[in-house]
Ligand binder design. Structure first.
Ligand code: NAG
Ligand code: NAG
Ligand code: NAG
Ligand code: NAG
Length: 814
């Protein structure tokens, strides 16, 4: 009987759909005062933007649960950009959005209760509701003035032309496939800086921009209190705190969205038209473990090489389906002097924040004693070097990173059986977690109520079934199935979407490179070919010669590189690893490598009149220097691990159509040789003329080798000539050209004015350059090539040094 009732109700709802007054109006652009949209209309009772890119209506968020939403019409998963009632879904029957005669739009549930309204609470003279092409739902009065707009009430997504200000924030959803308000926000903080915060039930914690650096070091400022930011049509995001974001595919004609994702990362997405799926064109956090709150109390985020959560020894998961609930201890710590305590070491682990206290210059033993004597101390982080001891009463935001110069120590009863030092194993890739939070719904309406309604409607429509009805039934089936499909595929394949990176088949690449015919260049142990992917992306396919890694290892390394995304780094789209073929697929940049522009057709001697097309102007040179420095700084400091390039040279700095530089070939140092974990390399890598002295001296290799090579490149950018090919003046032939050049500059630099630069600058520039910038570049270059590597600056400070003279040109122009 129950089954019969359900089936009946199903057919009846089809009847309802077919008789619904709005059934036919599939493309409505405006709603007039006094009309409404109903949930039963399902996929048909919609408001669409004139260009049909956005739709507005009832969006299924669970079984019999709907939210009044705006979504992208054509994307594969009907991506939602706005929701009116994300925390209060309404029933799948008799819920409606009415544009009332008093000019207020209200969403009512099955029982008529108001769930949401365009709170112009008092009556307004609004008479038209319209969904604009940009995805903004607006209420207008007869004069065309906008009285209310959805852009003022964002949920988790910002669209182009939508502003974020002191009153608006983007708040993530709770989890994969969920639409409820979650714990991560993107917002203007009280000090005018845009931040990301985890605001969970137990703690709240800001994690971006990183607290390890000052606001200014992160390129931001407190000093502009206008607190406004906007995403434009080109894919650039500008904020009053100087946060500037650029989509990696910057340009017009691409649909984009900036979304505060449920995993705590803020991402800029671009729509790939051909497949209707989203690709990430920028993201705030490159190391997922930097997001706070992910693994809950006592949990530790580890990176092996995916990011995963792990419970420390003596702990178990609180909720096997939800990592954010963290881990609980399986022991009890009595707070008295009688209990014997011990500490278990968690190598390279830090628990961020929640310090009870800290002390510098403390030995590890003293730190242990301190924590033992503090009743509320649960453990501590200990930093080597400065010997800092941070004792903690709460262990939150735990992460393991090779970059963390210290360990965490966990307090346990001494009779609790554990090893002295813990090996943390991620238990489960967070990206692939079992989809636990499927909204099962919400249903005001219990079965008895539902069947009553059914019979009521059945009475009304009895006898109205005819041939046409059967046709409608078929249509209804179709609609229902379509809706169901959309509901399930929402957020499907999130992992795949969050990076375009993928594995290619050898046969595929063979076809796309026309059987490896168009060679772009070769070097070392690799040959680069041009290829065109199925979606018309032009790519560079790099065929690696000597295969030294097994497939698994290769996959792990390469996917680490593939995750790195910065506007000054060449993007890797994918790889191929089959039998003994190892290939890498990169984006192809229009202007090729820097050396071609810098050293092209340079006639040595006094070629001052030899300004040909193709000679790089000063503006471009400065831009290339700064961009390349930013790319390297990102690799050294912000990325997954320290990525040392080891082969910085003009050939590895590629230029896009705007002469924006992108560093190529990073991450390969690790890939193309064995041994040497982390920062120690056993084999020499690099190119003569750019290699730091420590390569020859058999010293451990650090990021400072890249700083050295960058210094040489910087000089070459100013001088316009390859330094290693400089002709050494007579009488000094025994010196290497670089050393001789440096000596020569240092002699000239003694004069206090900046005239020395005129003797060094590329004569092809014909004097058209910004002196202050050139001088700064040479000064930085000289410090970069110090023999003593500890005297060389970090890439971060190189960027800063260059940025200080960024505006000079503009100021001079005024
Ligand atoms: C709507 O307006 C009324 C009165 O101005 C106010 O009390 C209420 O909190 C508002 N509701 C929302 C959701 O802003
Ligand atoms: C503050 O930021 C706004 C928006 O970016 C900008 O228009 C304004 O000029 C800035 N004010 C100052 C004093 O820099
Ligand atoms: C997800 O969880 C359910 C129930 O716990 C289990 O039956 C199913 O196999 C899991 N699926 C995956 C992919 O782990
Ligand atoms: C079902 O609905 C009826 C009428 O609305 C109500 O009296 C009853 O308590 C409900 N039953 C459940 C289990 O919610």
């Amino acid at each position: 009987m129950a089954i019969r009732a359900t089936q009946l109700s199903f057919f009846v709802s089809i009847l309802l759909i077919s008789f619904h007054p709005y059934f036919a109006s599939t493309t409505r652009n405006a709603l007039q005062r006094g009309s409404s949209m109903s949930v039963e209309g399902g996929g048909s009772d919609l408001l669409t933007s004139p260009d049909n890119s956005f739709s507005c209506g009832f969006y299924p968020v669970g079984t019999n649960a709907y939210c009044f939403s705006i979504w992208f019409t054509d994307t594969k998963d009907k991506t939602v950009v706005w929701m009116a009632n994300r925390d209060h879904p309404v029933n799948g029957q008799r819920s409606r959005v009415s544009f009332r005669r008093d000019g207020v739009m209200v969403l009512t549930d099955l029982d008529g209760s108001i769930v949401w309204s365009t709170n112009a609470s008092s009556a307004t003279d609004a008479d038209t509701a319209q969904l604009l092409n940009g995805g903004n739902l607006v209420l207008k009065n007869p004069k065309g003035e906008i009285l209310w707009q959805s852009f003022d009430y964002p949920t988790d997504t910002l669209l182009p032309a939508q502003t974020i200000d002191r009153h608006k924030k983007l708040i993530s959803s709770k989890g994969k496939g969920s639409y409820y308000t979650g714990y991560y926000s993107f917002y203007f903080d009280n000090d005018n800086v845009l931040r990301l915060i985890y605001d969970g039930p137990e703690i709240s914690s800001i994690y971006w921009p990183s607290r390890d650096r000052s606001v200014f070091e992160s390129g931001r400022t407190y000093y502009n209190s206008s607190r406004i930011a906007v995403l434009d049509d080109l894919g650039s995001f500008f904020s009053s705190d100087l946060l500037n974001i650029y989509a990696s595919d910057k340009g017009f004609g691409v649909k984009r969205r900036l979304t505060m994702d449920y995993d705590g990362n803020l991402r800029l997405y671009s729509l790939k038209k051909s497949s209707g799926s989203w690709v990430v064109s920028w993201e705030a956090i490159s190391r997922p473990c930097d997001v706070h709150g992910l693994c809950g109390r006592n949990g530790i985020c580890v990176f092996t090489p995916k990011h995963m959560c792990s419970c420390p020894p003596g702990h178990e998961r609180v909720d096997p389906t939800d990592w954010s609930r963290g881990c609980r201890p399986k022991f009890t710590l009595a707070c008295d002097q009688t209990q014997q305590l011990k500490f278990v070491e968690l190598p390279h682990v830090d628990f961020y924040g929640n310090d009870l206290n800290y002390k510098r210059g403390m030995s590890l033993e003293d730190c242990k004693k301190w924590c033992s004597n503090e009743c509320s101390c649960r453990g501590f982080s200990y930093k080597w070097g400065e010997a800092v001891c941070y004792i903690k009463d709460t262990l939150f935001n735990g992460y393991q990173s090779i970059n963390f110069p210290g360990n965490a120590y966990l307090k346990l009863p001494s009779d609790y059986e554990t090893s002295e030092s813990a090996v943390l194993e991620g238990s489960e890739a967070m990206c692939n977690t079992n989809e636990t939070e499927i909204i099962t719904g919400y249903s005001h309406m219990n079965r008895s109520h539902r069947s009553r309604t059914t019979w009521l409607y059945l009475g009304c429509f009895a006898g109205a079934i005819g041939f046409i009805e059967i046709l409608f039934i078929a249509l209804g089936w179709w609609f229902l199935f379509r809706r169901r499909d959309t509901g399930n595929s929402v957020e499907d394949g999130y992992c795949a979407i969050s990076s375009q990176f993928r594995k290619f088949a050898y046969s595929e690449l063979k076809k796309e490179t026309k059987n490896f015919t168009e060679e772009l260049g070769r070097g070392g142990s690799a040959i680069v070919y041009k290829g065109v992917l199925e979606d018309d992306r032009v790519v560079a396919v790099k065929k690696l010669g000597d295969v030294i890694h097994g497939e698994g290892e290769f996959w792990a390394e390469v996917s680490t590189i593939g995750r790195i995304n910065h506007m000054n780094l060449v993007r890797m789209w994918g790889f191929c690893s089959e039998k003994n073929h190892r290939l890498l697929v990169y984006e192809l940049l229009e202007h090729g490598s820097l050396d071609k522009h810098l050293f092209s057709k340079f006639s040595s001697g006094n070629g001052s009149s030899n300004v040909e097309v193709g000679v790089l102007g000063w503006k471009e040179r400065y831009k290339i220097a700064l961009g390349a420095a930013k790319g390297l700084a990102y690799l050294h400091h912000e990325c997954l691990e320290w990525v040392i390039h080891c082969d910085v040279k003009p050939e590895n700095i590629l230029l896009d159509s705007d002469f924006e530089p992108k560093i190529a070939d990073f991450g390969l140092a690790k890939l193309t040789q064995r041994g040497g974990s982390g920062s120690e390399f056993t084999h020499i890598r690099g190119t003569k003329g750019y290699m730091a002295p420590e390569w020859a001296m058999n010293l451990p290799i650090t990021a400072k080798v890249d700083v050295y090579s960058f210094g040489i490149v910087l000089m070459e950018i100013v001088k316009g000539i390859r330094l290693s090919s400089l002709v050494v003046e007579q009488g000094e032939e025994e010196e290497v050209p670089v050393a001789w050049f440096v000596k020569m500059i240092k002699k000239k630099i003694v004069s206090k004015d900046d005239s020395w630069i005129d003797h060094i600058i590329d004569p092809r520039l014909d004097g058209r350059f910004v002196k202050k910038q050139a001088v700064r570049m040479m000064e930085i270059a000289l410090s970069c090539i110090e023999e003593e590597r500890s005297k060389r600056p970090s890439m971060d400070s190189v960027v800063q040094g260059l940025q200080e003279v960024e505006e000079i040109e503009k100021n001079n122009a005024k």
